[in-house]
Design a protein around this ligand. Structure first.
Ligand code: BGC
Length: 742
C-alpha cells in the first residue's frame, strides 16, 4: 500500500487559491531559505527565561513556534522580539499540551468520553482554550483521537475510547471547543488531531510500539475520527510515534500527502511529535539526521518539534537538490496560513486581563458537571446508593485517593494546580455539615503501598460507621505516556484493604479513580456499590459527593470495554463475528473438561478456557439510580435507497423513582456483506433527561451514507441488503428490528 504512492503531483494539489494563501505566498516571497526553515522549527521554552541563544534565534527568524512556555511576560517578550526585531516580523505561535483543561482541570479525556456528551465536552474544551489563551497560548496538542482497544496502554487515559463513531463525535466537539468557528476569536486556540495513526494499536499495549493494521482496519476503525476532524476544520495534525506497517508515521508520505492532504483536503499544518523526526534514525529507516530530515519533510511533516534535524540539515538538502525548495515553501505556507487565521499578525500580544479569570466559578461549574456525568455506576446492590438522606450519622471515608488533591487530577496536567482541587473528603464534609460526620483514614500511603499498619484504624472507622466509602484505584502516574501496565488489577494492597473492610459487614461503596479500565472483578464482589470516576479533575470531589448523596444520578457510560482479566485483551464490542463465534452452550470452563477428553474440532468456538469470552462490562454500560425501559422500536423507513435517511424511533421510559439521564445508543449490523463486518457498530446516541414516570419517543435519523464501509482497494460503499438495528442502554442491547438498503 505504501509503496504504491509516489509524491509527484500531490504537492501542488495543496496550493489553495484563497486570500489566506495569497497573503502567505506574498510573505513567502520575501523570505530567505533560512527564514523559511525557521518557520518549520518548534523549540521548547525555557520556563520563564530567555537565554541569549533563544533571543538571537528568534531575532534571526530561526524559530516558528515555542512549546511549553506559559509565563505571559516571557511569551510577550519573545513575541516582541519576533514581531519587532526579526526582519519580517513573523509572529511565533505558542503551544502547550492542554489536554483536559489548563488551570481548571476536567476529567481525563477517557472520563470525559464516558459522559457521551459532545455539547459538554465542547464547553470543557472552550474553557480550556480561554484559560490557555489568557496566558498567551494559541495552540494545543489535543484532541487525542487514537482508537484505544488496549487498556494496558497508558495513553488510553488520554483517548476517547475504543469506538470510531464515539471518538469522532467527541473529538470533533473538542476541536470545535478549542477553535470555535473562527480561530481569530479571542480565546480560540488551534487544535491538533493526534496521533496519526494507529498509536493506540501499539503491540501488547506497550507505548511507542509497532503497529500492523490492515487497510480494512485503518480505514474503517482508525481513520474515521481523523477524517471527521479534518472535515470539522481542525488546524493541525501530529503523527504517531509508531511505525504503521513498517513505515514510521513521521516519515510516512502515504499518510500525510496522499490520505491527509490529497484525499481528505487537509489545509492546516502538521507538527511532528516530540523528537519523532530524530527518531526516524532510531527506527532504522534513516541513516542519519540528514536522512531523517529529508524523509520527514518529503512525507509532509511541516514543523519539527523539539529536535533539530530541520534546522541543521534542510538548507543543505535544498542546496544539494535532495529536497526541492517547493516542498519547503509548501510547508511554510501551511504554517503561515494558520498564523494568519489565528490573527497573530494583527494581535501578537496577550493581556490576561482581557480574559475571564482562571478557575472562575463558571469554569468550575462546567468541570463539576463533566466530572459528574463521567462517573459510571457499575454495581449498586442492597440499595447502597444513594446514601439514604437523613438516615446515616457517620461515614467512614477510607483509601489513598479520598483526599489527594494531586492524584485525582490525572495525567497531562502541566498547569493544573492541586491547591484548587476539591477532594471527595472535602466535598462530603462540606455537604454534610451538621447532618453527619465523616471519619477519614487513608489506610494506604499510595495506591501502590503494601504497608497495612493503618488497616486496624480503618477497620475501626468502618465498624463505627453507617456506611464505608472507599476511594481506590491508580495514582495519576500509573497511566499516561509511557506508563503501561501488564496486569490491570488494583495496585498495592488495595484489594486486601477492600476485603478487610467488607468483612465488617457495613455497606461498602467503592469509588475507583483510574486512568484506564481496571480488572475489577474481585473489587466488585466485595463492594455493594461501585462507581468508576476515572481521574475526575479539579471538581471531582463535589461531583462524586453529589452522586453519593443522591442530589443527582450517575449517567456515565463506558467508552471502552472493561475486560475481566488482562489476558482477554484485546476485547472490544465491535469485533468481527468469526466462523465459530462463542456461545453460552458451546462454552466449557477449564475445570469442566473431563479428564483425557478426546480432542475434537466439532462444536468448538472462540473463547478462553479460563476467561470465557465475555468482558466484565460491555462498551456503553452504565447503571443509574432509576430504571430505564426501551420499547416500541420502529423503523419508519424499513426500506431505504441510496441518498435516503433511515428514520427509527423508540420509546424510552423512566420507570424508577429518580429523575435521571440516560444515553440511548443505536447499533447496527450489516447482515450480509462482501467482507466481514463487526457484530455491532455504534451509529448514533442521545442523552436524555427524564423525570420518574416520564417517557419520551426518541427519533434517530441516519443518512444512509453512515452505513458505508471501506472495501479494501475499492473505497467506501453502502451494500444493499438487510441490516439489524438495536437501541438500548449499552452495546448488549436486545431490542432490535431490521431494515433493508436497496
Ligand atoms: C507526546 C505528544 C505531546 C508532545 C508534546 C509527546 O511525547 O506524544 O502527544 O503533544 O509530547 O508534549
Amino acid at each position: 500500500m505504501l509503496s504504491l504512492f509516489t509524491l509527484s503531483g500531490l504537492l501542488c494539489a495543496q496550493g489553495l487559491d484563497t486570500e489566506l494563501d495569497r497573503k502567505a505566498t506574498e510573505l513567502l516571497q520575501k523570505m530567505t531559505i533560512a527564514e523559511k526553515i525557521g518557520q518549520l522549527s518548534q523549540v521548547n521554552g525555557e520556563y520563564g527565561q530567555i537565554t541569549d541563544g533563544m533571543r538571537i534565534r528568534v531575532r534571526e527568524g530561526k524559530i516558528g513556534s515555542v512549546l511549553n512556555e506559559v509565563d505571559t511576560k516571557t511569551i510577550n517578550e519573545l513575541q516582541r522580539i519576533a514581531v519587532e526585531e526579526s526582519r519580517l516580523g513573523i509572529p511565533l505561535i505558542f503551544a502547550r499540551d492542554v489536554i483536559h483543561g489548563f488551570k481548571t482541570i476536567f476529567p481525563i479525556p477517557l472520563g470525559q468520553a464516558a459522559t457521551w456528551n459532545p455539547g459538554l465536552m465542547e464547553k470543557a474544551a472552550r474553557v480550556a482554550a480561554v484559560e490557555a489563551a489568557s496566558v498567551g497560548l494559541r495552540w494545543t496538542f489535543a484532541p487525542m483521537i487514537d482508537i484505544s482497544r488496549d487498556p494496558r496502554w497508558g495513553r488510553i487515559a488520554e483517548s476517547l475510547g475504543e469506538d470510531p463513531y464515539l471518538t469522532s463525535e467527541l473529538g470533533v466537539a473538542m476541536a470545535r471547543g478549542f477553535q470555535e468557528d473562527n480561530l481569530a476569536n479571542k480565546g480560540a486556540i488551534a487544535a491538533c488531531a493526534k496521533h496519526f495513526v494507529g498509536y493506540g494499536a501499539a503491540e501488547g499495549g506497550r507505548d511507542y510500539n509497532s503497529t500492523n493494521i490492515p487497510e480494512n482496519e485503518l480505514y474503517n476503525t482508525y481513520f474515521p475520527p481523523f477524517k471527521a476532524c479534518v472535515d470539522a476544520g481542525v488546524a493541525t495534525f501530529m503523527p504517531s510515534f509508531n511505525d504503521v506497517n513498517g513505515a514510521p508515521a513521521s516519515g510516512n508520505a502515504w499518510l500525510f500527502r496522499k490520505v491527509l492532504r490529497q484525499d481528505w483536503g487537509f489545509g492546516g499544518f502538521v507538527v511532528s511529535d516530540w523528537e519523532s523526526i530524530r527518531q526516524l534514525e532510531v527506527h532504522g529507516v534513516a541513516a542519519g539526521q540528514e536522512g531523517a530530515a529529508q524523509q520527514a519533510i518529503m512525507a509532509g511533516i511541516d514543523m519539527e518539534m523539539a529536535s533539530g534535524a530541520y534546522a541543521a540539515y534542510l538548507q543543505k538538502l535544498v542546496e544539494s537538490g535532495a529536497v526541492p525548495e517547493s516542498v519547503i515553501n509548501e510547508a511554510v505556507r501551511n504554517i503561515l496560513r494558520i498564523k494568519f487565521q489565528l490573527g497573530l499578525f494583527e494581535n501578537p500580544y496577550t493581556n490576561p486581563s482581557d480574559f475571564p479569570a482562571l478557575l472562575s466559578p463558571e469554569h468550575l461549574a462546567i468541570a463539576e458537571e463533566a466530572a459528574m456525568q463521567s462517573c459510571v455506576l457499575l454495581k449498586n446492590e442492597k440499595a447502597a446508593l444513594p446514601l439514604p438522606e437523613g438516615r446515616f450519622k457517620k461515614l467512614a471515608v477510607i483509601g489513598p485517593l479520598a483526599d489527594d488533591p494531586y492524584e485525582q487530577l490525572g495525567t497531562w496536567i502541566f498547569d493544573g494546580d492541586p491547591q484548587h482541587t476539591v477532594t471527595p473528603l472535602a466535598a462530603l464534609d462540606n455537604a454534610l455539615q451538621g447532618q453527619a460526620e465523616t471519619h477519614f483514614v487513608k489506610a494506604l500511603e499510595t495506591t501502590r503501598s503494601y504497608d497495612q499498619a493503618a488497616f486496624p484504624e480503618a477497620l475501626q472507622a468502618a465498624r463505627e460507621a453507617d456506611a464505608v466509602i472507599l476511594f481506590l484505584g491508580e495514582e495519576s502516574i500509573l497511566s499516561g505516556e509511557a506508563h503501561c501496565r501488564a496486569e490491570l488489577g488494583l495496585p498495592g494492597a488495595q484489594l486486601e484493604l477492600l476485603k478487610a473492610v467488607a468483612q465488617t459487614g457495613r455497606p461498602v461503596i467503592s469509588i475507583i479513580m483510574a486512568g484506564r479500565p481496571l480488572a475489577l472483578g474481585e473489587a466488585l464482589e466485595y463492594s455493594d456499590a461501585l462507581i468508576v470516576a476515572w481521574h475526575p479533575g479539579t471538581m471531582g470531589g463535589p461531583a462524586i459527593a453529589r452522586l453519593l448523596l443522591g442530589l443527582d444520578a450517575p449517567s456515565g457510560k463506558l467508552p471502552v470495554t472493561f475486560p475481566a482479566t488482562s489476558g482477554q485483551i484485546p476485547i472490544y464490542y465491535n469485533h468481527k463475528p468469526t466462523g465459530k463465534p462463542a456461545t453460552e452452550e458451546s462454552y466449557v470452563h477449564i475445570d469442566d473438561i473431563p479428564v483425557r477428553a478426546p480432542q475434537t474440532s466439532i462444536g468448538n468456538t472462540s473463547y478462553y478456557l479460563d476467561a470465557g469470552y465475555k468482558p466484565l462490562f460491555p462498551f456503553g454500560f452504565g447503571l443509574s439510580y432509576t430504571r430505564f425501559e426501551y420499547s416500541n422500536l420502529q423503523a419508519a423507513t424499513p426500506m431505504i435507497n441510496s441518498g435516503d435517511t433511515l428514520v427509527v424511533s423508540v420509546e424510552l421510559a423512566n420507570t424508577g423513582d429518580f429523575e435521571a439521564e440516560e444515553v440511548a445508543q443505536l447499533y447496527i449490523r450489516d447482515l450480509v456483506s462482501s467482507i466481514v463486518r463487526p457484530v455491532r457498530e455504534l451509529k448514533a446516541f442521545q442523552r436524555v433527561r427524564l423525570k420518574p414516570g416520564e417517557s419520551r419517543k426518541l427519533t434517530f435519523n441516519l443518512p444512509v451514507e453512515q452505513l458505508a464501509y471501506y472495501y479494501p482497494g475499492t473505497g467506501w460503499k453502502v451494500e444493499p441488503g438487510q441490516f439489524r438495528l438495536w437501541i438500548g442502554g449499552d452495546s448488549n442491547a436486545e431490542l432490535n428490528t431490521t431494515f433493508e438498503v436497496r
